[in-house]
Design a protein around this ligand. Structure first.
Ligand code: ATP
Length: 305
């Protein structure tokens, strides 16, 4: 029996390895496809003036399928002054994450302009735009490699000390240090399994290491437990200090301190202002806020006998 078990078990290992490699390849091709959708303009120069990187969207119109597809953004204009935070809220599908993808230049827009420090992102090198921006995404993709590799991905060539100090700042160091091989522990299916919150902390550590002047936080839709959520929010606020930041928010508690809040609906900005201004307006934001204060509806009371 054992003679049969060992080869079968071995086959299982090979199968998982191949499956994982295919998953990684698939992710890589998805990214490469996106790369191919935009190209550097002839003679494009790198972005300059990154000490004061104001971000501006001016009349942005966008459809994922430019040949007659649905228009997802219908003339969006806003500014994130250098070092400030702008938050975007609105129902699912309203176009919030699309703003982030366009700023990173995964796609080119059909009308309008997106500028960083006064330079249109279409006119400068794609690599310099991506170098200037750090993204903490909803679902962090971790490579089937060591924790150290996954953090250093933010800045290849970073030293062990730099990796550890980024992990400490993202409050994931103690967790990593307690794993059997510490930073050399492999993550993924056959290694260290990370929760949603832990993965996000790895993404924060990556971003801290990259230290870009512009940040995008795409908040997780899946609810973390509230202690974890508060801790991550505090860490994100620390990272965002003095950086030009776009927050795609799914919970209003994250946006209260933003320089400006944009309320989106079906590709348009329907309200905008600070938290206090939007509450005073008594419109969509104010009703979203009061709904969120009430919390989830209570379970119906048991019928009286
Ligand atoms: P959520 O809060 O659920 O993350 P969102 O406001 O961020 O939603 P987006 O992800 O920006 O919404 O999507 C806006 C619209 O664009 C949706 O209707 C979505 O179906 C569509 N969309 C998103 N990505 C693509 C894509 N790659 N190709 C075609 N349509 C897309």
């Amino acid at each position: 029996m054992i003679q049969l078990y060992i080869p079968l078990n071995f086959l299982g290992v090979i199968y998982r390895e191949i499956k994982q490699s295919l998953t990684d390849l698939d992710k890589m091709f998805t990214l490469m496809d996106k790369e191919r959708e935009v190209a550097d303009a002839p003679g494009a120069q790198p972005l300059a003036g990154l000490d004061q990187p104001t971000v501006r969207f001016e009349g942005v119109v966008f459809a994922y399928d430019p040949k007659g597809g649905r228009t997802i953004l219908q003339g969006i204009s806003f500014e994130i002054p250098a070092g400030k935070t702008v938050a975007v809220v609105g129902p699912s599908g309203s176009g919030k994450s699309t703003l982030a993808r366009l700023l990173f230049r995964f796609y080119d827009i059909q009308q309008g302009r997106i500028t960083i420090a006064g330079q249109e992102i279409r006119s400068v090198t794609q690599a310099s735009v991506r170098q200037a921006i750090g993204i903490v995404p909803q679902d962090t993709v971790l490579f089937n490699d060591t924790v150290a590799y996954n953090i250093a991905y933010g800045r290849p060539g970073a030293s062990q000390d730099e990796i550890e100090s980024a992990a400490r700042a993202a409050r994931i160091h103690d967790f990593i240090a307690s794993a059997p091989k510490g930073y050399a522990t492999t993550v993924g299916e056959r290694g260290l399994k990370l929760s949603g919150g832990e993965k996000q902390r790895v993404a924060i550590a990556r971003t801290l290491l990259k230290n870009p002047p512009i940040l995008i936080f795409d908040e997780a839709t899946s609810a973390l437990d509230s202690a974890n959520e508060r801790a991550i929010q505090a860490e994100l606020q620390g990272v965002a200090q003095n950086k030009t930041t776009l927050v795609i928010a799914h919970r209003l508690s994250t946006v209260v301190d933003a320089h400006e809040i944009l309320v989106m609906d079906t590709g348009r900005i329907i309200e905008r202002g600070t938290h206090a201004q939007l509450l005073a307006l008594g419109g969509r934001y104010a009703s979203m806020w009061s709904l969120q204060q009430e919390g989830p509806p209570e379970s119906p009371a048991a019928p009286s006998p």
